[in-house]
Design a protein around this ligand. Sequence first.
Ligand SMILES: [Zn+2]
Ligand SMILES: [Zn+2]
Length: 237
Amino acid sequence: MQAVEVALSTLFVPRCAACEARVEPPAPLCAACATTVDELGPACPRCGEPQAAPPAVECARCRAGRWPLEAMVAPWRYGGELGRSLRRLKFARRHEIARALAPLYAPFLLAAVEAGAIDLIVPIPLHWRRLAARGFNQSEALARHARAAAGCAAPLDTRALRRVRNTAPQTHLDGDARRLNLLDAFAVPRPARVAGRRVLLVDDVVATGATMAAAATALTTSGAAGVVGFAFARAER
Ligand SMILES: [Zn+2]
Ligand SMILES: [Zn+2]
């Protein structure tokens, strides 16, 4: 091998997204870390709220009509080494983790796009101040790589939705406080872009769903024909 090939092969050594052990592509995680990844299990089909029994019916919130999305797909439970991988992506700015994790999400993303007759994939945007501080939008990076890995035809639209208020971090707020915090946080700069279109709204982690609901409301009030949510992992509320 020539020097340049050696250099390139060490640069692109596929590594576990959580612990950096070497893996055989396209494995996103090493065997030990992969055992900590849990499927979400039974959940409300409209909002993804975990349920004890198989989800024959929608949860109380959805039956009361307080959830603006048609469906919610969140294949994995947030936690374990998957949670660690998503935190490394977001806070340590390890962009390559979005690509490494793509095989874990690609089949679910494709199924959601096909089942939902989706026209546009729209990542939840960051406010420009937070985007400037972090350097990239982790939800956009995850959506971009999962879409590419799935060979998905629906385009990614990163301009359909804008975050117009730099909201406080939500981690320590309860459900009602989160909803208030997000009031008018999102805007659709050019409604013609979404009018009559079916949107897959993508976030990295969903907990109460308040962010998804606020973004979906902005899209539907601007004329979107329907919104389906997709989150890479579901956290406990
Ligand atoms: Zn590992
Ligand atoms: Zn529900």
